[in-house]
Design a protein around this ligand. Structure first.
Ligand SMILES: [Zn+2]
Length: 212
């Protein structure tokens, strides 16, 4: 990657760079350890996620893990379904599915496993990605202090008073929680990371079939 002098970087670029140093917590639903290999050309760095356990890595490693494990889950599902379908056919006195391009039979059969619907894809990714463990260079306590200091500014007070007057009072306390579960059809939210991670783990039993 070319090195761009700091002065020329946009705030968006700087934010992306900061985020790449975030620590992300991931989960391995499989019965075997998973290994991510980074930077193979210079010898390779190895990152392990033990079976049925969580691990914390920098964002780029965690995202590579999630992508690879997501693909593995889909491939395993397709493979299992093919074995099962062929067994069913042979037991019934038929031939196994045709693997050649002549009929494309097996390819058509397995295709649907590689393209799960959005909700299923979201569940798999939610299972693998537990959440942000630590944001790089962001301290929530410091930020809260700054916000409180900042809120003494006349302009902010004026804006907030104006907003309060135009907003119905019942809604004003709603959007305060920091951690919101993104599991399909789940509306859980909390202010503490520990409660959030704990809640995320409860979804694992809903998706047990994935690792079987
Ligand atoms: Zn949830």
């Amino acid at each position: 990657m070319p090195v761009i002098p700091d002065k020329k970087k946009s705030s968006y670029q700087l934010e992306l760079e900061r985020r790449s140093n975030d620590l992300l917590r991931v989960y391995n639903p499989m019965d075997e350890d998973a290994v991510v290999i980074w930077d193979l050309r210079s010898g390779g760095k190895i990152f392990r996620v033990p079976a049925k356990q969580e691990a914390v890595f920098p964002r780029y490693i965690s995202e590579k893990y999630i992508k690879e494990m997501y693909d593995k889950i889909l491939n395993d599902k397709a493979h299992d379904a093919i074995v099962k379908e062929n067994k069913r056919r042979i037991d019934a006195g038929m031939a196994a599915m045709d693997k050649t391009f002549k009929t494309n039979e097996q390819m058509v059969f397995e295709q649907k496993f590689y393209n799960p619907n959005n909700e299923e894809a979201k569940k798999i990714i939610s299972l693998l990605y537990v959440g942000v463990e630590t944001q790089y260079g962001v301290d929530p306590m410091y930020q809260k202090e700054q916000e409180e200091l900042g809120s003494r500014d006349f302009k902010d007070i004026l804006t907030s008073v104006q907003e309060d007057k135009t907003k119905p009072t019942t809604v004003s306390k709603q959007n305060n929680s920091e951690y919101r579960c993104d599991w399909p059809n789940c509306d859980f939210s909390t202010k503490t990371k520990i409660a959030y991670f704990g809640h995320r783990r409860t979804h694992r039993k809903e998706i047990k079939k994935i690792s079987e």
